[in-house]
Design a protein around this ligand. Sequence first.
Ligand code: SF4
Length: 348
Amino acid sequence: MTKDSLYNLTLESFPYDEAKIMGKWVYKKLNFNPDTWEHAPRVVREKAKEYDLSLLKVLWQGLSKDGTRKFLLGLKDKNSIEAVLIESENDKRLRSTLCISSQVGCAIGCTFCHTATQGLTRHLTTAEIVGQYLTVSSWMRENVDKDYQISNIVFMGQGEPLHNFENVKKACYLLTDPLGIALSKHKVTISTSGLVPKIKQWEELPDVNVAISLHAIRNNLRSELMPINKRYQVDGLLEALKTIPVKNSRRIMYEYLLIKDLNDTQEDIDGLIENLPKKESKINIIPFNEYPESKFKRPSDEHIEWFQRSLQAAGLTCTVRETKGDDILAACGQLKTQYEKLNLPNSN
Ligand code: SF4
């Protein structure tokens, strides 16, 4: 009989004392062999052995010139997904952010996105979502630094996280459970293309950060870039966002992919200034990452700076995201499962 994965269950599924021991060994020490859990009661070790504790298979990993690492991870059904580990320095502290996937492929069909070209194959299970964290952490500890810690998680890999709401929700609870992986809720970010009905269910999630892939403020243009906008238009999206409790001076992050001669005009700047609440918004400009078949272009550095300064001058908080990992197709919108293309040996 196939065992269910332990990582499909939140720790609340177990009595507190058992959850504490399992959480310590599995999620904190990354030890997936209960027979080696020193001093752990036999009954807990036996309970853990009733579940599948295996990780995803690292089929391939690539290191970009800037230190970004892309992982191609094999699932049991021979599908594969990608996760990207990005290191950056913030106030002289090293931050390592894992960008994870929530689906195999994606159904949303954004025209600028490499992942969209493969369509949706299926949702990931909670275990496969959390498994990306566990697998990459373990790999880094075995191969790079035995004390390696991933500090942040962003759901910005393949898939629309809110389309897979229940499994993503459970994964967020596991990622932030003090007995489990214990990441701060402020260090987990869900990025959505704007699935309005699910945004209205946001309060079911732990208090994680929200990022909206806005990319255009004009409806016509947004519908062109993101077909989901035909169904859930900008004004309805902005209304739905007001239902998200944004506490303690946190902000809603608006991701804005800046594309040459498309959404980078004065009219776009005016629209953003008019529609985004200044106190609760942060705009993150992402200069478009060109990929081999892409029809869009990246604006010049001077133009990007002009766009940013114009928004800042109007009182909006606005940053430009440094492009990371583009030499290995690991940057935003560039993820696409490449298992078949790479012609790697079978994983399972
Ligand atoms: S940008 Fe995100 S939501 Fe849009 S198609 Fe790509 S993976 Fe899906």
